[in-house]
Design a binder for this molecule. Structure first.
Ligand code: ADP
Length: 320
């Protein structure tokens, strides 16, 4: 049984991180275990920005986007020297293990720390990209998809009024999950993701054909990893001779009050992470598989690449 644990949020922020943090803190306190909040990701471990949390430290945060602990990208933690310093700072305060809430990179850093120092680590997938292997769900993806849908609904109104083609660029550098989810839910005619080859000429002829058959406007969702949506929009405009408007949604996708789904799932994961760490488990990431909480081997989570759901690719094409 661990008696004192730390928790931090790292990498890109995502809505629901606060709900996870709240669950970690309150579960630990309920179990009679001390819990330290570490500010600004791994940087806080190095610069000793941390404090002991009480139940009140996480009051009034479940509805807030972002992370009250702050997050950062920390180059020094990428070095062994930096990680040893982090370990020393933990030892000084009697922090025996860590819950890391973050994306792929943050979980990689956690693995390194655990490997080199033996500190028990439990990870939670906190990223809007839904790109962590072994889990169907990552904290924040649902809220981000809902934010995109809100934008798409508005863009549809104006695109249909003007008979335009709307190209919407959404986040996802290496992974098209967010684009796929939002594209299907938003009724996009085409969804371009990094995992799937596409042919712009075929898309242009598809658009022309659908206009001939009476479609009033087109919606194309593009994951940022596919390439410049501005270039894609320009090419389509030239080839189809139609009016195209490109909207790059950008950081708005990261913000906002978390959805019900993100709040509840993040709370479930936060509880499981705290209990596992306190019980002495290490090198696991908690996620969801077919609706159930599952423990994923941390090493597997960072070495395997998540695949796009073939069923979604098929469905998106069939319904366009
Ligand atoms: P995300 O967790 O959202 O994928 P990053 O990839 O930027 O975000 O990672 C967040 C932080 O995790 C980095 O700034 C760094 O401190 C740490 N990190 C990432 N990769 C490694 C690694 N291979 N070894 C050690 N630390 C890492």
């Amino acid at each position: 049984m661990l008696k004192s644990i730390g928790v931090l949020t790292s990498g890109g922020d995502s809505p629901g991180m606060n709900a996870a943090l709240r669950a970690v803190v309150r579960t630990a306190l309920f179990e009679g275990v001390k819990v330290w909040g570490i500010y600004n990701g791994y940087r806080g471990l190095l610069d000793e920005e941390m404090e002991e949390m009480t139940s009140r430290s996480v009051s009034d945060i479940i509805q807030r986007g972002g992370t009250i602990l702050g997050t950062a990208r920390c180059k020094r933690f990428m070095t062994e020297e930096g990680r040893m310093q982090a370990y020393e700072n933990m030892k000084k305060r009697g922090i025996e293990g860590l819950v890391i809430i973050g994306g792929d990179g943050s979980l990689r850093g956690a693995t390194q720390l655990s490997l080199e120092t033996g500190v028990p680590i439990v990870g939670l997938p906190g990223t809007i990209d839904n790109d962590v292997w072994g889990t169907d769900y990552t904290i924040g993806c649902d809220t981000a998809a809902n934010t995109i849908i809100d934008a798409i609904n508005k863009l549809r109104d104006t695109a249909s009024s003007h008979n335009r083609i709307a190209v919407v660029e959404v986040m996802g550098r290496h992974c098209g999950w967010l684009a796929m989810l939002a594209g299907i839910a938003g009724g996009a005619e085409f969804i371009l993701v990094p995992e799937e080859e596409y042919n712009l000429d075929d898309i242009c002829s598809g658009i022309i054909k659908s206009y001939e058959q009476g479609r009033r406007y087109s919606l194309i969702v593009v994951a940022e990893g596919v390439g410049s949506s501005l270039d894609i929009g320009k090419y389509i405009e030239e080839k189809t001779n139609m009016d195209v408007r490109v909207s790059v949604l950008g950081h708005i996708q990261r913000g906002g009050s978390p959805s019900v789904r993100d709040r509840v799932k993040a709370s479930q994961l936060g509880e499981k992470a705290a209990l596992a760490l306190i019980a002495g488990q290490s090198d696991v990431v908690f996620g969801f598989n077919q609706g159930k909480v599952v423990a994923i081997d941390l090493h597997d989570a960072i070495t395997n690449k998540k695949h796009m759901n073939d069923e979604f690719i098929r469905l998106a094409k069939q319904l366009n």
